[in-house]
Ligand binder design. Structure first.
Ligand code: OKP
Ligand code: ZN
Length: 342
């Protein structure tokens, strides 16, 4: 399996996170990739590929031009306005909102955001773009080979919508990869989101489409971020009605219950008739994850990786969440080795 990697992820590295009322060291930091790299190396997953820079058009297939311009200019606008630190929005447009962003960067930042855990630094754009390069390279590799590839990347992407950042996510890499697979000839693409958190951004991007099926297993939204998405009755709209499937599960969910939801989701993907698969692979379902509440253990990861492998589809794995503990490396590697058949 190709492991697509670049050091440039480190260009996006917020130092602090506003978390439960206090600034704490960011959960989503470069240290995560050291742990992931160690786990993959232990498992012999070392077939590293360095991506070529992708064309901006691959990103503009899922994100709006206004939002991409905002991401690239926000930090300098913030400095020019005399504000301190990195871009961290505070004011959000409650719905219904005006259709245009305000002029002031503080307001504009809120317009393009939905949660104050997401920060833009001086060099963020270059890191985010480099990770998009990885997602596109992984999709291209899988399109050509019919096999599988994994993006060994951070930050995650599945909370980012077409025109908003959210939940540590600024570009939606799973959506970029899925759209790239479509553009390279896959007629139908399924996205399976196994991160602990609901992939609201990915769901939004494909909500009205019938060529991309989105399914997510996650902490139920009354108690878990992203709070305003992920209920079972969200099933898509218009032509996309019936092409979104959500499996919200309560805090404390153990693996047998989680696995049952996965089996449902896999059946839905088969019924859909996908030609290719994107997995939003978060391992924050782990029992020791510091910000999540499911109870998966290390042996569960190769078990469910093998189940995903039974779909027998060209597959792009996009790294999403998984925090704190060193086990994120072995758990991620476990999914990939299970997928490959042990
Ligand atoms: C990103 B991914 C609010 C908590 C917000 C954001 C969690 C983002 C997780 N106090 N935390 O899905 O792993
Ligand atoms: Zn997550």
């Amino acid at each position: 399996m190709d492991i697509v990697y670049t050091d440039d992820h480190a260009l996006h590295a917020p130092a602090l996170e506003l978390h439960r009322g206090a600034f704490v060291p960011a959960h989503e930091g470069t240290h995560r990739l050291d742990k992931l790299l160690a786990g993959l190396s232990r498992a012999g997953l070392t077939n590293f590929i360095t991506p070529e820079p992708c064309d901006m058009s691959a990103i503009a297939r899922v994100h709006t031009a206004d939002y991409l311009h905002f991401l690239q200019t926000a930090w300098s606008r913030w400095q020019a306005a005399g504000y301190s630190g990195d871009v961290l929005p505070m004011s959000y447009p409650h719905r219904p909102r005006r259709a245009e962003p305000p002029i002031d960067i503080d307001g504009a930042a809120g317009y393009f955001c939905s949660s104050s855990d997401t920060v833009i630094t001086q060099t963020s754009w270059h890191g985010l773009k480099a990770v998009a390069d990885c997602a596109v390279a992984a999709a291209d590799s899988v399109s050509a080979s019919g096999g599988a590839a994994f993006t060994l990347t951070r930050p995650p992407g599945h909370h980012a919508g077409a025109d908003y950042m959210s939940g540590y996510c600024l570009l939606n890499y799973a959506a970029i990869a899925a759209q790239r697979l479509r553009d390279k000839g896959a007629g139908k693409v399924a996205i399976l989101d196994v991160d602990f958190h609901h992939g609201n951004g990915t769901q939004d991007i494909f909500y009205a489409r019938d060529d991309v099926f989105f399914t997510s297993i996650h902490g139920e939204p009354d108690h878990h971020f992203p709070y305003f998405w992920g209920h079972e009755d969200e099933v898509g709209e218009g032509a996309g009605k019936g092409f979104t499937a959500n499996y919200p599960l309560p805090a404390g969910t153990p693996y047998p219950v989680w696995r049952e939801a996965l089996e449902h989701a896999l059946t839905r993907i088969q019924d859909f008739g996908a030609d290719a698969l994107v997995v939003s692979l978060g391992v924050d379902t782990y029992e020791q994850d510091p910000i999540s509440t499911f109870k998966l253990t290390t042996p569960d990861y190769p078990d469910y990786g093998a189940k995903i492998g039974t779909l027998n589809l060209p597959t792009v794995f996009i790294m999403e969440g998984g925090y704190g503990v060193p086990e994120i490396g072995d758990n991620t590697a476990g999914v990939l080795t299970g997928f490959m058949g042990g």
